[in-house]
Design a protein around this ligand. Sequence first.
Ligand SMILES: Cc1cc2nc3c(=O)[nH]c(=O)nc-3n(C[C@H](O)[C@H](O)[C@H](O)COP(=O)(O)OP(=O)(O)OC[C@H]3O[C@@H](n4cnc5c(N)ncnc54)[C@H](O)[C@@H]3O)c2cc1C
Length: 490
Amino acid sequence: MIKGDQYKERMAKLKPNVYMGGKLLDRFDPKVVRGMNVMGRTYDFAFDPEFGGVGTATSHLTGERINRFTHIHQSAEDLFNKQKMTRLYCQEVGGCIQRCMGIDSMNALSVATYDADQKYGTKYNQNFINFMKRVQKEDLSAVCAQTDVKGNRIWRPHEQKDPDLYVRIVEKRPDGIVVSGAKAHNSCSIYVDEIIAIPTRNMTAEENDWAVAFAVPADWEGVTLINAAYAPTARKKLQAPFNEIGMSHSITVFDNCFVPWERVFLAGETDIAGKLALLFALYHRHSYTGCKAAVSEIYTGATALAAEYNGIDKAQHVRHKLADMIQVVDLIYAAGLAAGLNSKKAASGTQIPDTNYCNAGRMLAGEAIYDEYEALAAIAGGLVATLPPEEDFYDPKTGPYLEKYIMRNPNVSAEDQHRAFRLFQDMMASAWGGHKLVDYLHGGGSPVIEKVAIYRDHNIEHSKDIAKKLAGIPVKGSTKNIDRESHAWL
Ligand SMILES: Cc1cc2nc3c(=O)[nH]c(=O)nc-3n(C[C@H](O)[C@H](O)[C@H](O)COP(=O)(O)OP(=O)(O)OC[C@H]3O[C@@H](n4cnc5c(N)ncnc54)[C@H](O)[C@@H]3O)c2cc1C
């Protein structure tokens, strides 16, 4: 295991291939470096005794102590610990901890590569295990580039006017494959060691070229990262932990990019492509039951703080709103716990969380964000949007006015009231807050996709049979069970 500073030393060695705002960007540019700082904390937290060891695990490959962000889950307890770690870390930094995409894709690959080898006699699992040993030994950070740019949404990969709209193999060589195409919305890709590319959907028999998975270093030849960066407004005087974070998302272009065979995890096995796509989504939705529980709790805490500072914390409508928010926090987290409890061991030995509970938790988490913004805006009032700039609180002419007129609850200092409303503004009425509103809905999969999965995995005939039986209509089988098909697609 390494520390955050060692991770940053490695980042400093990456070759420049990031473009933003019409320029080749330094990865330590102030516009993006705060995202790297968050990633760096996943390294330091693993050594922090206050987290009680939840951030470390024992490698099933080497028996060594490793950062949990490089661990392949072997048991339900591993899933519980990953969820708990994610929640605690996100709570600590004030949002996304940014390292889950990598480990979620590695867990998915551990299952899919094994299944591919069993069926096709390929060597993908050995490639993957070798890769994983290096990830664990060097404590590498990784991201998952799953979402293809996709072109016309209604057309399949092979139907697009430009075949590169889904990442594909353009050439198979004795020493490796050459890939072209682009992945969208690739979070944190500019400040990681490895980019792991996997399919975004199921592939049909004619789509062998698009059934591809591989890992390349983030600065690999042929990889160009076109980046968008967000961060809460930088503070001049009123420093706060929330303003130390930031996040990047890139369009990751693979332009005739050569990938040696030892870094290839799938190359043409169409039936495994869809399974791999679903497995990553499943692990990532399980991570959401940790991170989004933390985010929902942050919104709940901020709303309660706004109520207290506004002097309305005893009002019944405020308490009802807070109770609704707490319920969401608990249900999201409970969905993850239930998914761990009802998890299953794959043939590869990897523990797979329950699909239904992960999707239900993720869907609730994604859609609830709009209620959470609404609750904080409703209870905090309009100042969230109209708070004058920070400098005006320190200006000799306007500062005293603002100190006097920001006062609400007389038991709270003017500075703390200013701090609280500055936080609410950064959380919602800012470019950061706007981008997060879309992120929380779509990141990890749009709710409509979760609805599809929820309907697919629930035995609706069983539900109908229960109703039929109660109505006195004859049913064929027994209804004296909880009939669910969580892992049927595996
Ligand atoms: C901030 C952020 C960070 C992200 N980070 C990552 C990341 O690190 N890695 C990664 O791989 N992905 C990442 N994602 C991608 C995320 O998973 C996708 O945004 C999500 O899956 C939706 O895909 P899309 O954005 O292409 O939207 P679309 O697929 O274009 O969806 C738009 C709408 O069209 C509908 N639609 C799409 N296809 C069809 C169809 N065939 N028929 C009918 N309706 C259709 C959808 O249901 C939706 O309502 C991130 C997204 C965001 C916003």
